[in-house]
Design a protein around this ligand. Sequence first.
Ligand code: ADP
Ligand code: ZN
Length: 683
Amino acid sequence: MAAASPSELLSSVFGFDAFRPGQAEIVEAVTAGENTLAIMPTGGGKSLCFQLPALCRDGVTVVISPLIALMRDQVRALRAAGVAAGALTSGNTPEETDAVFEALDRGALKLLYMAPERLASGAAVNMLRRVGVTLIAVDEAHCVSQWGHDFRPDYLRIGELREALNAPLAAFTATADEETRAEIVNRLFDGIQPRTFLHGFDRPNIHLAFEAKNTPRTQILNFAAARKGRSGIVYCGTRAKTETLGQALREAGHSACHYHGGMDADDRRAVEHRFQTEDGLIVVATVAFGMGVDKPDIRWVAHADLPKSIESYYQEIGRAGRDGAPAETLTLYGPDDIRLRRTQIDEGLAPPERKVADHGRLNALLGLAESLGCRRKVLLAYFGDEAEPCGHCDLCERPPETFDGTTAVRKALSAMLRTGEYFGTGHLIEVLLGNETDKVRARNHDSLPTFGVGKEYGRKEWQAIFRQMMGHDLVRPDPERHGALRMTEPARPILRGEASITLRKDTIAKAKDRPRVRALVSEEDAPLLSALKAKRRALAEAAGVPAYVVFPDRTLIEMAQQRPATLDDMARINGIGATKLERYGATFLEVITGASEEMHPARRRLAGRESGDVFDRLQEIQLHLARGDDGAGKYLSCPHTTLRQIAERRPGSLDDMARIPGMGAQKVERFGPAFLAALENLS
Ligand code: ADP
Ligand code: ZN
């Protein structure tokens, strides 16, 4: 059997670009042959969790499912995707049944769907044994519950089947209550707890935010500047962009590198290794980056371009904050992204039904981007989870101003229709604004009734209106006419005045706001946290391991907040087991309890003052750059008194910096830009 990896098959067979929440872990366990029980909301994507392992494993997977119509649908869809699947149900014609048996005998079937009634005959069990069933999947596993209203007596035979075949069993249900789960474990797994997957999809520590693209490079640079020194990923739509943006970030004083599928395997591995071990590196990457990345302390993820689908979005932001400590995300999107993603779908090779589904998944992401209320609520609802407004996304924090956009949208649609759906936003906006451009005159568009009807808005505002119309899927680029927009069905009721639409008013650049730095801990605990981090870095470097192997961020944050005074207190901090307590407890305790006494005299002079924090930040930066951006330079460091003076005097330029005693030219070159950036952010 060809052993392609699950993520390869995910895209080659199913045409999906990312796993949905929870799927990857379940697929891994089922493929590995573990007994599993997965609880996922309806629509969450359970079928993939046994279909994909079935393809990765040798032999036949038998799927027990209670609904004949559903089985037939799944078999049809699998066959259409080129998977050898068949069903044995009472709805079969004799020919269909013969064909299934024939394929089984040839060893040509990967998935066999079977109605539970079949299990009543001993012949079926013998047949399954004979054809080499190596995995049993049970859909709607709650049907074994005698107390539930979906009870199917034949499901009670599945336990025996598992024993007779001695094959692993994967059970799936959307019913999460404890009694039902216990009954499933008793009846299907003989009372032995299988590997169980029951998690909401929410990742509450991840802050969600979107921004319309207006000055994309600056938007990303600002976001990164506010998080300087923290590990992050910037996802870009193209390889070239990863390189230029990586360069821009380095010029802004960050430690950053790029990553894409076109690089040598060795170069890629080097970046992966650096990212894994270095604290505070930024990787600017295409989606090729992330598959093998298992770094728990990624503090932020930014999308410089809109992801492909809501699934990709969730997967990519989900790489942040695996350690549970606060993490932040920012996704930029604009009309060009939307056009690009639509065109990619339209021009792709997928069959028509899949294109429709792909447009749907893109729409879901755009709906999230243009959402008027809590993003987490919208995101989780898509995956079948219900939630209350989270209070921890950009829209909860700052609800958007909205306006009734019905009239504006009708004007825009009518401008499109009256120009034959032949033009893109640029020309349509000229028509709406009543500008007599050459193109307008050449086509006589100045004589249209819609000419100049949109003067109440400016160009930028019309751009935002068109972007939102694309986001609501009221208009789409026409794959046949380059760049031209076409009206979609959902726009018709608005055009006819039968429906209204609310739009967001965030049309004018809001980049004026200073980027807000979200601190990991309160101001009061920040100096201790940096001291703990510095200690951690020293220990990690000495041992040649990534920082989080010593302690994850989360543990240090808790330490800084709780301030354990004894080893006993220390043991109660999350993430400190017996071994770590013994290995590191005393060292970190010293940092906490001895922090004030052990301060360098230069630092002590600043204790309790704001400059103290600045001093700590400078010290952190200097430690980080001690061997230069790439860690290969000559070792340099500044005396404590020099750092103190920088913290107090806050030089505003590299020249001012060079006048501080102890800062030679080399040090100004090495540390100056990063120091300046830090001072700017702290002011
Ligand atoms: P349920 O959990 O209710 O059984 P399904 O398995 O029928 O859900 O999946 C629901 C829908 O989600 C299907 O249309 C399926 O094609 C789609 N889907 C499943 N997994 C993914 C994925 N990783 N990316 C995109 N779409 C997916
Ligand atoms: Zn929210």
